[in-house]
Structure formats: structure tokens, C-alpha cells
Design a protein around this ligand. Structure first.
Ligand code: NAP
Length: 464
């Protein structure tokens, strides 16, 4: 009987996981997606706990307490730190897979139950699990800047890395051929731990979000292998979903940046370029928040382009005030969302949804770009690379080919940022020197709040 209930709860859990991914695709169904994921996982745990022969309740309770002790503080990090938080979760996932694989190997070795199939599944699990563990820790460290973010490269690096991986794979194959050659097992573990570190060293902090989603995919594949080891179908399904979604996400991110996988993994992107002297001497037109409010009050169509700076400043609620003030006056306001604005996919959607900005006002880059020439004022709030025209015209630029939001095609551009510093890619931005651009320097939250106040004052004066 408990078998039937377990199978049914696994089936329901797998269905909920699939729906969860589907619903997570859209901002207006994302909350439902999270609930479905939590529901699916609860069912999976329930189904497993029905089998006292495979679980010991005291150990499960202890593990759950340890998980809560680590998970609760991790859930409280600011949104801007979510990429590194996600990397740490993947590290735990990889470590869990690696440890389960190691335990199973030792148990089956002792009980003389190691078949080549079982050993094969364990080798894949351990290889992927441990490399995900160290790789994800390195990625989190780079994003948190506790280890150098710049790419560390040396001659013959790729050859060394591939040689190391090849030795690990050969040791794994030898182990599969003769599972009793136990001395090979620590070799596979040590090499995969080392490979995880060496894989990340040559990649710049700039590419870490993409790498993290790739590591998510590896963690998923490690879970698939663990599913084969533990003969647990749900683990295989959930791992496959995780592996595929992580991979698809990295492909989407690479496309949005017009980069290839090989360029991300071996391109050493993110070394800050020294801006040329010619560009340095050029003048940016600076204005006040009141000037910006005047432009906005006289516009018919406004497009707001949010970027990483809006997230850092937590300016989304002030942006909402500007949105309210403008729409109240009958001005059409839309948000242009670039797929890689901010530091993680969907970053801007999450922030704007938090400020209750209607989803209908959020337009993807491809939807809004044809309308940009008809836009009266484009407000760039802490965005830089995603509106940099060099991506269209400068073949030497590291972001050449990346699709951008055509902010420069708007009649007037108001750019809000704190300084002349470059954005994520470390390059200067032509847009900020353009004839039709005015810069309002300052923290996005403060500047936007001033604009909102000025707009409200103008509205009151008009009403009086
Ligand atoms: P960005 O190019 O990093 O520029 C952000 C700008 O915000 C900076 O120029 C900065 O200038 C400004 N800023 C920072 N703090 C601010 C504050 N408190 N108030 C006002 N302005 C502030 O950001 P983006 O345009 O959003 O582009 C995202 C970049 O991240 C792209 O290069 C993309 O390829 C990369 N990336 C994104 C993802 C993803 O999934 N979203 C993944 C991997 C890589 P100041 O310092 O002068 O203020």
C-alpha cells in the first residue's frame, strides 16, 4: 500500500515540478510556480518518508534542522546577491550528490554488490557532484569578491584542464571495469574537486551568472546519476528538469549577450578596458532632477530602461511613484526590459513586480525597440551596457553584437547614474555623450525621488 502512495505522490510531484517551471516563465504566474515547486518537493519528501526501510527518521530530522539553519539566513540575502546565493545552493547540491555517491560506493564495496552499471552511475555522480561543489564555491567567491574577480589565465591552461579531466575520466572508466580497484575512487574525487576550481579560475566575474546557470545544469545531471544510484525515479526526473532548465537558461543568457559557450568558458571576458584618452575628454551634459521632471511632464510617450543601478539603489518604489505621477497626467509610460539587465535573468521583472508596476507596462526588448523612435523621453535608470550603442557599431567592443535597447533613438535620453564609471563590461558608453542625452548624476533612489516630488509639485501647481 505504502508503495502505491509513494508512487502516486512521486507522480504528482513530477507533474508539479513541470508546471512549476512552466509558470515560472511569466511574471504574473511566477508566484504560482514557486508554490507548485514547494508543493512538489513536499510531496516528494512525504512519499520518501513512507519508507522507514530507506530512511531513519532521527537522521532525517537532524538533516532537516541543519538545512533550516543554513537555508533561513541564506534566504535573507539582498536581491543583488542572489546569483552568489544561488551558487552556494548549487555547491550544496553538488556536495550532497558527491557524498551520497561516495557512501553508496563504500557500502556496496563492503557488501560486494558493486556492478559496473552501479559504479558507472556513481562515477558520473561523484565527478559532476564534486566539480559542481568547488566550481560553485569559486563562482560565489568571485561574485562576492572574496577571491579576485578578474580572469586568471596562463599559457596552456585549457590543455592542463582537459588533461586533468581526461585523467579523471580514465580513472573512472578503469573503476567501472573493475569496481574493486578502490584506490581509484579518491583519485576521481580529488581530480573532480580540482577541476571545479581550475574551470572557474580563467572566467571573469562578469561571466559568473552564466557559469552559475551552467553549474546548475551540472548539479541537475549529478542528481540524475544519483537517481540511478538510489533507483529513485523522481530524482531522475527532477534532476533532468534541473539539468535541462539550467542549460537552457545559460543558452538564453549567452544569446542575449551574443556570446558563445566557448567564449564564456574560455574567453577571459571581463578584464576592465582602459578607456581611450579621446573619449575621456568628451563632455557629458549634466542636468538636475528638476530639469528631468520638466522634460517628463512635457512628454507624451516615456520609456523607462531599468538596469543594475536601479537594483543597487533599490529605487523601484520611487520609480513606481514617477510612473504613477506620469500616468495620472495621461502620459504613456512603458518599461523596456533587457534580458540580461541587472545581474540575473528576470532581475528587473522581479524588482518592478515588487513595486506593483502592472505587467502590461513591461515590454521585452524586441517588443519595445520598434517604438523607440516615437519615444519622447527615455529614462535610463542605472542601466549602462544594455543601452550602449557600441554593441551595434563598434566591432572592437567586447559587447559587439549584443542586442541592446535602442534608447539612443528616443528624442531625449535622461540617464541617471552616480559617476562616469563604466558598467559591467568595463567600457565607455557613447550614449552618455550624445547630443540628445542629459545626465542626472546621483544615487538612483535619491534622483528618482526628487523627480517624483518635482512632478507632484508641477501637478499641484497645474491644478491650483
Ligand atoms: P551595468 O552595465 O552593470 O551598469 C549599471 C550602471 O548602474 C553602472 O554604470 C553604474 O554607474 C550604475 N549604478 C550603480 N549603482 C548605482 C546607484 N546606486 N544609483 C545609480 N546608478 C548606479 O548594468 P546593465 O545595463 O543592467 O547591464 C547588465 C550587465 O550585466 C550586462 O553587461 C550583462 O551582460 C551583464 N550580465 C547580466 C546577467 C543577467 O543575467 N542579468 C548575467 C551575466 C552578465 P555608476 O557607478 O556611475 O553609478
Amino acid at each position: 500500500m505504502s508503495d502505491v502512495v509513494t508512487h502516486l505522490s512521486y507522480l504528482a510531484a513530477a507533474t508539479l515540478f513541470i508546471f512549476s517551471l512552466r509558470w515560472l516563465n511569466r511574471p504574473n504566474t511566477a508566484r504560482r510556480g514557486v508554490a507548485a515547486g514547494v508543493g512538489g518537493m513536499s510531496l516528494a519528501i512525504f512519499g520518501t518518508l513512507l519508507h522507514p526501510e530507506i530512511v531513519t527518521f532521527s537522521w532525517i530530522a537532524l538533516a532537516a534542522l541543519a538545512g533550516i539553519a543554513v537555508g533561513v539566513p541564506l534566504s535573507r540575502v539582498p536581491l543583488t546577491a542572489v546569483p552568489q546565493r544561488t551558487a552556494i545552493s548549487h555547491a550544496f547540491g553538488g556536495l550532497a550528490a558527491g557524498l551520497v555517491g561516495t557512501a553508496k560506493y563504500l557500502i556496496w564495496l563492503h557488501e560486494d554488490e558493486l556492478t559496473s552499471f552501479r559504479t558507472g552511475a556513481i562515477v558520473v555522480e561523484v565527478l559532476l557532484g564534486f566539480l559542481t561543489f568547488t566550481g560553485s564555491l569559486m563562482a560565489a567567491g568571485k561574485l562576492q569578491e572574496v577571491i579576485p574577480t578578474r580572469p586568471i589565465t596562463y599559457r596552456g591552461q585549457n590543455a592542463v584542464n582537459f588533461l586533468l579531466l581526461a585523467i579523471a575520466v580514465v580513472a573512472g572508466i578503469a573503476l567501472i571495469a573493475d569496481p574493486t580497484k578502490a584506490y581509484l575512487f579518491p583519485v576521481v574525487i580529488a581530480l573532480s574537486l580540482a577541476f571545479g576550481v581550475l574551470l572557474i579560475i580563467p572566467i571573469g566575474g562578469a561571466d559568473m551568472p552564466t557559469v552559475i546557470s551552467l553549474l546548475n545544469s551540472y548539479a541537475g545531471l549529478a542528481a540524475v546519476a544519483m537517481g540511478f544510484v538510489l533507483e529513485n525515479q523522481l530524482l531522475i526526473i527532477a534532476g533532468a528538469l534541473d539539468g535541462a532548465s539550467g542549460f537552457i537558461l545559460s543558452v538564453i543568457m549567452c544569446r542575449a549577450m551574443n556570446r558563445s559557450f566557448t567564449n564564456v568558458l574560455f574567453g577571459a571576458f571581463g578584464q576592465v578596458q582602459v578607456a581611450s584618452g579621446v573619449v575621456e575628454q568628451r563632455v557629458m551634459k549634466s542636468a538636475t532632477a528638476h530639469d528631468a521632471a520638466d522634460y517628463l511632464a512635457n512628454a507624451t510617450r516615456v520609456v523607462i530602461v531599468p538596469g543594475y543601478g536601479m537594483a543597487v539603489a533599490q529605487a523601484q518604489h520611487r520609480v513606481r511613484e514617477v510612473y504613477d505621477a506620469l500616468t495620472k497626467c495621461g502620459i504613456d509610460v512603458k518599461f523596456a526590459i533587457h534580458p540580461v539587465a541587472g545581474r540575473m535573468p528576470g532581475h528587473m521583472n522581479v524588482l518592478l513586480a515588487e513595486a506593483d508596476i502592472p505587467y502590461s507596462s513591461l515590454l521585452e526588448m524586441d517588443e519595445i525597440n520598434p517604438d523607440m523612435p516615437q519615444c519622447d523621453v527615455c529614462v535610463v535608470v542605472g542601466a549602462n551596457d544594455v543601452v550602449n550603442p557600441a554593441a551595434r557599431s563598434d566591432k572592437g567592443s567586447p559587447i559587439y553584437g549584443m542586442p541592446i535597447i535602442d534608447a539612443d533613438k528616443s528624442r531625449v535620453v535622461i540617464a541617471i547614474k552616480r559617476s562616469r564609471n563604466p558598467g559591467f563590461a568595463g567600457i565607455d558608453n557613447e550614449l552618455f555623450y550624445a547630443e540628445n542625452t542629459i545626465m542626472v548624476f546621483g544615487d538612483a533612489k535619491g534622483v528618482i525621488a526628487e523627480i517624483a516630488t518635482a512632478l507632484k509639485e508641477e501637478e499641484q501647481q497645474a491644478a491650483a
